[in-house]
Ligand binder design. Structure first.
Ligand SMILES: Cc1cc2nc3c(=O)[nH]c(=O)nc-3n(C[C@H](O)[C@H](O)[C@H](O)COP(=O)(O)O)c2cc1C
Length: 335
């Protein structure tokens, strides 16, 4: 499955391979970001792409799946993700992607946003094991590739997953990625590690842990608690600290803070140039970069005022001036 760098973790005397996934962040980890990431950083073995929606089978074109075309993804291996409750729509789109060369397609069963979940998509499907079984009954035989699932513990309650694990066990899934929160929780509270442990015990499929892996210390604690898990997904916190995957893989954080700032700045500038080249119009460019800076600035000390200033900018020129001032005079690494 995963390509890229393989690392034997002997720190916990576990002697097992760590596989790190870049988590999907819609509006964040698109193909431009993923490609740029691999030019500046390392540590991830593969990326799951943010979801795409199903559309009418005859409307699926190369333009529609542009960000998933193999030639648009020159960095690390990618798993595409689809958000859908329609087995037919899912199968058409998944097979289109399989024909582009993707061996595994992921089904999004975790999206918590009410506008998605209220329509029985993403985490909205989690209280309905029968609908999920029907979907899998139809999709599994129709798929030309393999299926993986990314899920939360439930929509309303963390025990909804207990009724789902036996359903998942009945199908030949590649793996199950679990973010141990409910949809209702969104990102509040802490991941329910006890419920994650229950899922692990119940699953006959490989399980990937995802949620609140912010530091190497988090990784050491969680990998000690779940010694059978060797697949880990990091979403928001690798956008905040893109050095994190490599630090986890190597077990050491040996880049000087001033060098981290330089490297992050180079990554930022690369992204700015790429988005300037590919996005349509200056407003899209500033909006996209401001969205990224919300993550980047979280890794810096006392960056609140800088972020406020950057958010107020209206043009790429104003944006660049504010970012230059930040990096030149204010940037102090250390979240
Ligand atoms: C803005 C935003 C967009 C996201 N988009 C997706 C998505 O497209 N597909 C998905 O499965 N998860 C998506 N997620 C969830 C993340 O992949 C991940 O499961 C979640 O953030 C918890 O992991 P983390 O604590 O490592 O970020 C998104 C999260 C955020 C905050």
């Amino acid at each position: 499955m995963a390509g890229g760098e393989i690392f034997q973790d002997t720190r916990n005397q576990l002697n097992r391979t760590i596989i790190l996934y870049m988590g999907p962040i819609r509006g964040g980890t698109d193909h431009i970001y993923r490609n740029a990431f691999t030019r500046h950083f390392s540590g991830f073995d593969l990326a799951m792409a943010p979801f795409i929606n199903c559309i009418n089978a005859n409307k699926i074109t190369r333009k529609y799946v542009h960000g998933l075309l193999p030639e648009s993804n020159t960095g690390m291996p990618v798993v595409p993700q689809i958000l859908s409750k329609s087995a037919e729509g899912f199968s058409h789109l998944a097979n289109y992607l399989a024909d582009l060369g993707y061996g595994t397609i992921n089904w999004n069963l975790g999206c918590p946003f009410p506008q998605v979940a209220n329509k029985l998509r993403g985490s909205g499907l989690l209280p309905f094991p029968d609908i999920i079984r029907e979907f899998l009954d139809a999709v599994i035989p129709a798929l030309r590739g393999r299926l993986s699932i990314k899920t939360r513990l439930g929509r309303e309650h963390s025990n909804e997953i207990l009724a789902l694990m036996p359903v998942f066990n009945d199908y030949p899934l590649e793996e199950i990625i679990i973010h141990p929160r409910t949809g209702r929780q969104m990102y509040e509270g802490t991941p329910d590690l006890s419920a994650f442990g229950d899922c692990l015990a119940l699953s006959r499929h490989p399980v990937v842990y995802n949620g609140d892996l912010r530091t190497n210390e988090d990784f050491i604690r969680l990998s000690g608690q779940f010694p059978k898990v060797n697949r880990w997904m990091i979403g928001r916190w690798a956008m905040v600290d893109p050095f994190l995957p490599k630090v986890i893989k190597s077990g050491k954080d040996d880049i000087e803070k001033v060098d981290k700032i330089k490297k992050l700045r180079a990554f930022h500038d690369d992204l700015f140039e790429e988005y300037a080249r590919t996005l349509y119009g200056p407003a899209h460019l500033t909006d996209r970069m401001k969205g990224l800076m919300v993550y980047f600035l979280t890794a810096f000390q006392d960056s609140h005022n800088a972020l406020k200033k950057i958010k107020k900018t209206r043009t790429p020129e104003q944006y660049s001036a504010a970012v230059t001032q930040f990096f030149d005079t204010e940037a102090r690494w250390g979240c």
